[in-house]
Design a protein around this ligand. Sequence first.
Ligand SMILES: [Zn+2]
Length: 322
Amino acid sequence: MKILTTLSLLFAVSLGTLAQDRLADIAPIDRKMRAIDSISLVRLSEHEALADVQAPAASLYSTWENEYARVEQNNVPAEYKIDLRQFHMPCDSRLVTSHYGYRPSFRRQHYGTDIKVFVGDTIRAAFPGKVRVVKYERNGYGNFVVIRHPNGLETIYGHMSRHLCKPNQVVKAGDVIGLGGNTGRSTGSHLHFETRFLGQFIDPERLFDFEAQDVKGDFYLFRSNGRGTLLAATGNEPAPEEMMSEEVADAIQAKEAESQAFQQKKLQQMKAKPRTHIHKVKSGETLSSIARKCGTSIDRLCRINNIKRNAILRPGQILRYS
Ligand SMILES: [Zn+2]
């Protein structure tokens, strides 16, 4: 992508200085240059398309690991054009329940956008990419997934009831990656959705209009000073899928088929498994009253939910009892 930008920039600059007076003479050269330019662009982007499946945005990120959402990156470019055109809504719901920014009631920063979903609602990949992290974080994101995308973004999906993807899985935009939930530090089921670029947070609502389920611009010009702007497509940018040779498309398809087979298997396993029984804590309830109500013991409740006997329950908390 970096090479692409440099190429087209060089082209634009050389054209700009030449085009002043001898327009007529230059026109044929211009066409010729364009032809050469587009051939090399096709080659480059084919190579990149294939590389992106294995290692998305590898020219930007120096590491790939499956443990942490956090990315330590020193050489963040001052500017980078992020292609948003392949966006897919991560859920069907359009209802934003909490915005990015400082939350006075919690006295801390909220680094994502909360979208209302119910337990079991389908959560989908917002862009094509490769799943980097699939984890559970009890006091934070709950069940969460991090996906790295060829456009340089990483997206994070938090508080899910289930993961339906595995680390290093290749996904298309719109592929199912999990189910909505209320896990981790969350009151009420919702999707916590984050967008990061090289570890730096970007307010998702600067990029996407969740109510319209669409992007706000074709591109987002990331600036490391935080003053990024939206850009419209100029028409010169090729759509990624139009630039692929059959060979590359086949390789990508094979990867996707593999990941879909995994997803199918996982869904079948889910159906085969007996349903987990859950209890939503109401105000005033205790472990002992819940154990009685659900026909189980306090010990069993503690064991299944990985909590202590003296754990403080909060209303809305979900406890498994079988
Ligand atoms: Zn949130």
